[in-house]
Ligand binder design. Structure first.
Ligand code: ADP
Length: 160
């Protein structure tokens, strides 16, 4: 049976931190599905279409990487796609506490699901999408923090 991992997140926008986790996890799985979660209650900064397009552009050379969007519970998506592994990145102890409860609750809801954690590489520990958005809001340069291969400036009307 093929080993498929789901990497869920908001990717608002994708950062070098996300990219690094995905590329490092690639040898562990036959396929990685990057799943952009859509939350009606939470307004995103960048449009869903652009977030999806940018991730596709970053990984266009990789046949084993797929990008989808979803609403609802991640465990329901895993059931639907017959996925047994969730991939997550760990930056700090705060990430660990947050991820532990989600991972344990997911396991309770779907017992054959395993969450696989990769520790972030030290240079990306402080990096998150929120900081990238904050820099953009104030007109700063984010090129060191986002992957190559797409143009973040093409989203001319990011929501405040
Ligand atoms: P963020 O927390 O930056 O808003 P997401 O909600 O899109 O990102 O998170 C998706 C996954 O990516 C989570 O497992 C998160 O821990 C991981 N992740 C985000 N940024 C980094 C980073 N700099 N290094 C490692 N993992 C990261």
């Amino acid at each position: 049976m093929k080993k498929i991992a789901l990497f869920p997140g908001s990717f608002d926008p994708i950062t070098k931190g996300h990219e690094s986790i995905i590329l490092r996890a690639l040898p562990l799985f036959d396929k990685i599905i990057i799943a952009i979660g859509v939350n009606e209650q939470k307004k995103s900064f960048f449009s869903l279409e652009n977030r999806k397009k940018w991730i596709r552009q970053v990984f266009e050379r990789y046949d084993q990487i797929e990008v989808i969007t979803y609403e609802g519970l991640t465990v329901d998506l895993c059931k639907q796609l017959d996925v047994r592994y969730i991939l997550r990145g760990l930056r700090t102890s705060a990430d660990f506490e947050f991820e532990r409860s989600i991972g344990q609750m997911n396991k309770k809801m779907l017992s054959d699901l395993e969450t696989v954690f990769l520790l972030t590489t030290p240079e990306y520990t402080a990096l998150n999408s929120n900081i990238v958005r904050e820099i953009i809001r104030h007109g700063g340069d984010v090129s060191d923090f986002i992957p190559n291969g797409f143009d973040i400036n093409e989203d001319l009307n990011p929501k405040p």
